[in-house]
Ligand binder design. Structure first.
Ligand code: FRU
Length: 505
């Protein structure tokens, strides 16, 4: 009974407890939206953008990122975009390597019904959902502003500006160039300024090579304007290496301007390698926010153009420190995120073990229930088929033995009353007890274990023994008294019953 209570109450309760425990376990919501990110390059500026996206993503647990990098190859980027289309990502963020070449893939994604956010570098046409990027034309105007500030008045020869350009087919390179040309033209007659260009294609090494080659057969330019900080640093290294920078034993400084205004550029300004830069925001956070708005069908801005500003030595140091702090914050965030992920994985494992245990206990519970059920059925069958009939038999036996006892008593009385009567025989006894000969035989046998005649003889022998012991009667007298046919027969019977002769008394 106790066992039954345990199985029937405790096991279901423990299963309920497990269920509650499992139900209460907090778990990471399943990501619903998959965002494909197609990056043209993987430099410091792009990595900053990626970090910003990851950080913002922490606020959007219903989105996941899948990032692919084209390493400056238009073909690879188109392939990667097409693979995102095949995988049916929910949204595509793309920063195209070269506008014209990557546009077809962007259009394919857009036409396949995938919302497309174009980041930093534009594509022609308007088959995209949103754009977020810097004001490259304004960046060019800032370059022009810096160049004209540097412009000397008393120069006999034209003022030489060396432009280190980004990848020609990318919109920032085109717009930065145009902005600069327009700005310079407005500020000073182009006759006074000679603008020369080399191709850096956004890479530091390319810029170094291009500027070194330029310096081989050109005099030092008055200023160098690079389309990004990495190329500005490359140019600075090329200038530093060139012996023509030595003038009357002193190194001639060539002021250099870059663009981006993040860590490598800021450090170069602080170190005196380049003079200034223009900020160019990456704002990965804004990209994720816009993605979330688009996916959740909330209002969003279709065309976001980010501000830019000049960074000189005064601004560079605090900005560098701030940048370092932000990088540290991002790294910390990354660690926290990794820890949270591993905790979540552990929780998922615990949940799996709990479910296993739950299933195990539930099966055990079912087996136990089944076992109890079968056992009970067996007991019931045994009670029905064995124990109840046995009890009934016992009851009958008890009733029978009571009847037998009464019969034995009456038998003894009748026999004892007529011991000395020579008529006492089977018929006489039968008539006295109102039983047929057969009935009498069966019942006497049942209670005395012998036939009626033997019983009568035994009772007569017991009485004879009593008489011999308690009276002066002789064997002869006793033989007659108890109706034995002869003293010798009496003696024989007596010896047989008592094991000794009557005379031995
Ligand atoms: C980074 C970068 C930046 C530049 C931008 C233009 O990949 O080259 O330095 O400002 O891309 O798209």
């Amino acid at each position: 009974m106790k066992n039954n209570i345990r199985f029937l109450v405790l096991y279901p309760l423990s299963i309920l407890y497990f269920l509650l425990l499992v139900g209460c376990c907090q778990h990471k919501p399943n990501a619903i939206y998959r965002i494909g990110v197609s990056q043209c390059l993987d430099d410091a500026w792009r990595q900053k953008m990626n970090y910003e996206m990851e950080r913002e993503l922490l606020l959007h647990p219903d989105m996941t990122l899948s990032r692919r990098i084209a390493y400056g190859s238009n073909e690879l980027q188109c392939e990667q975009i097409d693979s995102f289309i095949r995988e049916r990502v929910d949204l595509l963020i793309v920063s195209p390597n070269e506008a014209e070449q990557v546009q077809p893939a962007v259009t394919r994604a857009y036409r396949a019904g995938i919302p497309v956010i174009v980041a930093d570098r534009r594509v022609p046409g308007d088959e995209w959902t949103a754009f977020i990027g810097g004001d490259n034309y304004k960046v060019g105007r800032l370059m022009a502003q810096w160049v004209t500030e540097k412009l000397g008045t008393s120069k006999a020869r034209p003022f030489v500006v060396l432009e280190v350009a980004g990848l020609p087919g990318s919109t920032p390179a085109t717009l930065r160039h145009k902005g600069m040309m327009d700005g310079i033209e407005e500020a000073a007659p182009l006759a006074k300024i000679a603008i020369e260009s080399v191709m850096g294609r956004w890479y530091q090494e390319n810029a170094y090579e291009a500027v070194s080659a330029y310096l081989e057969d050109h005099p030092l330019p008055d200023v160098i304007v690079a389309h990004n900080d990495l190329m500005a640093i490359g140019a600075a290294e090329a200038v530093k290496k060139n012996e023509r920078t030595m003038y009357n034993g002193r190194r001639k400084e060539v002021p250099i301007m870059g663009v981006d205004g993040i860590h490598p550029g800021l450090q170069a300004i602080v170190d005196g390698k380049i003079e200034c830069s223009a900020t160019y925001s990456s704002r990965g956070d804004m990209l994720i926010d816009a993605a979330s708005r688009i996916l959740h069908k909330e209002p969003y801005v279709r065309d976001t153009v980010l501000e830019t500003a000049l960074v000189d030595l005064t601004a560079a140091y605090p900005m560098l420190k701030q940048d370092e702090a932000i990088t540290r914050d991002l790294e910390t965030l990354h660690i926290v995120q990794t820890q949270a992920e591993s905790k979540w994985k552990q929780q998922r494992f615990d949940r799996f073990v709990l479910i296993l245990l739950m299933v195990f206990f539930f099966i055990l519970f079912l087996i136990t229930l089944g076992y109890i059920f079968i056992k009970q059925r067996k007991i019931q069958t045994k009670i029905k088929h064995d124990i109840i009939p046995q009890l009934e038999n016992m009851q009958k036996a008890i009733q029978l033995s009571k009847k037998d006892e009464a019969f034995a008593e009456r038998l003894r009385q009748v026999v004892d009353d007529y011991l000395t009567d020579p008529h006492l025989n089977v018929e006489f006894l039968g008539s006295k007890l109102q039983l047929s000969r057969t009935q009498l035989f069966r019942r006497v046998k049942a209670v005395a274990g012998k036939g009626p005649l033997d019983y009568i003889r035994e009772r007569r022998l017991v009485c004879a023994d009593e008489l011999l012991r308690t009276t002066d009667m002789t064997i002869q007298q006793v033989t007659l008294e108890l109706c034995f046919s002869s003293p010798s027969y009496f003696t024989k019977c007596y010896k047989e019953f008592f094991g000794h002769l009557p005379s031995a008394r």
